[in-house]
Design a protein. Structure first.
Lengths: 127, 384
């Protein structure tokens, strides 16, 4: 019993173990699997990521500029962040990040179309 | 007194002590429990059927989502099964890395189980302190696999990420801190008067009853039965790593708790051994394994809660024909009526937490179709 009391007293003078979350971000580890965004300059439209996605979250849509013919649109409402798309990509077109604050008020906002939203836009929203 | 004259109290299905959906129908006479019937089915998702409709590669992620806290053992068991069916060779570095992550998961799962047990016997300080220190293990898991809980690390033919020597150093450094903290908690579980008065001689399971009802894992070991798949039928790199199987003879809730405490120390030592003896070489297959030759296999691993079995049938091609999952909690909880008999109703949370149930592992549905006649069976027909 005495040991527990000394442990509790010692904790009074220690740094807090929790984060004040919305005010203070928990830093993600560099190895963390966060939001992944496709780099359309590198993408060759091979469909491998859409084929292998276990959550069926990736849809290939036609590209108006024609190069590549099709590009992947990731629905983060469905994505399970397994990074299978990142692994199978033959040209490493996916840019990975540690972004984990993806909540949005609108379901449509979770669909990440790289031609319509820039990377910086989508990582700011939500929370 | 006939059976209908007992008072029946429903405990659950919303959070019966633990934060998972499970219903206990408890028949009591005063404060004494006469009969208890666990009733599952609130969490059924049809994963086995879903696995048949998805490819072998996608099923790795489905297997990991059977249960959050045991996702690494599920993917390990699935991958070992697929490797057995397809005669796929696994590099030894991958085997060691699998063992490393399996044991890290065992540490954090046991720490959670012990912390929740502390909370349920009214020892909130212990819960808070243990959950704080569990973060150290979760941080290690995040570094090795990429996520705190949902690792998605093991896949047929190897693992999905490699470990650098710097990361191994961080693992070893963190383990020293975890071991120091666990020694402190081990002392509390052994000596503290609250823990001892709530857990000793509560929910006693005799050694003979273990084999009668088919209990597995720490529950069997807490009653003095030396059973551990890692020891009996080594998989991954367990055949090359020295460790001892922890058993206790008391058979009560306290003995099961102390088995978990002991196993945590064993797991820490095993991770250390892996970090020191990690062989060089490739960590995964050269190409993704998409098609598996026809055949069938049973693979079994020691999950944190006991023996986990996967039965995989392939008819060739990229999808399994049948995938059957047998989880340890299924046996342990549905047969647990014998433990609760004659216990005080206030001891129910303490006994339940000492079993460390995983509710989402336990969901089953059985429909038999014979001559056009459809019959659905109760889960109790599946228990031994």
């Amino acid at each position: 019993m005495l040991e527990l009391i000394t442990e509790t007293l010692r904790n009074l003078f220690k740094k807090s173990a929790t984060y004040k979350f919305p005010l203070e971000d928990r830093p993600a580890s560099p190895d963390y699997r966060g939001k992944q965004v496709v780099d359309i300059q590198k993408c060759i439209g091979c469909r491998l990521c859409a084929f292998d996605c276990p959550a069926y979250a990736i849809e290939m849509v036609p590209n108006p500029s024609g190069k590549p013919k099709e590009y992947p649109v990731v629905d983060f409402g469905k994505c399970v962040f397994c990074y299978q798309c990142v692994r199978v990509c033959p040209v490493n077109a996916y840019v990975t990040s540690g972004t984990y604050r993806l909540a949005a008020f609108d379901k449509e906002k979770l669909i990440n179309d790289v031609l319509k939203t820039s990377v910086s836009d989508s990582s700011e929203e939500g929370g | 007194m006939s059976n209908s004259e007992y008072l029946e109290i429903p405990i659950g299905p919303q959070h019966p002590a633990l934060h998972e959906p499970l219903l206990f129908r408890v028949k009591v006479e005063g404060e004494r429990i006469v009969q208890i019937t666990p009733s599952t089915g609130y969490n059924h998702r049809g994963i086995e059927k879903l696995c048949e409709n998805n490819t072998f590669l996608k099923d790795v992620f489905l297997a990991g989502r059977v249960c959050g806290i045991c996702n690494v053992v599920h993917t390990t068991c699935y991958s070992e099964g697929v490797e057995k069916v397809g005669n796929i060779e696994v590099p030894s570095r991958a085997k060691y890395l699998r063992t490393l992550l399996n044991e890290l998961e065992r540490i954090h799962s046991h720490m959670l189980a012990l912390a929740v047990l502390g909370e349920l016997i009214g020892f909130h300080t212990l819960f808070m302190l243990m959950m704080r220190d569990r973060e150290l293990v979760l941080a290690l898991k995040e570094m090795v696999a990429g996520n705190r809980v949902q690792a998605d690390y093991v896949m047929p033919g190897g693992v999905r990420r490699d470990l650098t020597p710097e990361k191994l150093d961080r693992v070893k450094k963190s383990l020293d801190r975890i071991e120091e903290r666990m020694k402190y908690y081990a002392k509390i579980f052994e000596k503290d008067s609250i823990v001892n008065s709530r857990l000793r001689r509560v929910g006693v399971l005799e050694k003979a009853e273990v084999s009668t009802y088919g209990f597995v894992g720490p529950i069997a070991r807490g009653s003095g039965v030396k059973t551990d798949v890692r020891y009996e039928d080594p998989y991954a790199a367990y055949g090359e790593i020295p460790f001892s199987v922890i058993t206790r003879d008391e058979g009560d809730s306290w003995a099961r708790t102390m088995v978990r405490v002991g196993e945590t120390f064993e797991a820490i030592n095993m991770v250390r051994y892996v970090a020191d003896h990690l062989p060089e070489g490739p960590f995964g297959p050269k190409t993704m394994i998409r098609k598996v030759q026809a055949g069938e296999a049973i693979s079994r691993v020691e999950a944190q809660r006991g023996q986990l079995i996967y039965y995989i049938v392939s008819k060739g091609g990229d999808k399994p024909y049948r995938l059957k999952i047998r989880t340890p909690s299924f046996n342990n909880i549905l047969s647990s009526g014998v433990l609760f008999k004659d216990a005080n109703i206030a001891d129910l949370p303490a006994i339940l937490a000492s079993l460390d149930p995983c509710i989402s592992c336990m969901e089953r549905m059985l429909i038999i179709e014979k001559d056009g006649h459809v019959e659905s069976k109760s889960v109790y027909d599946l228990v031994r």
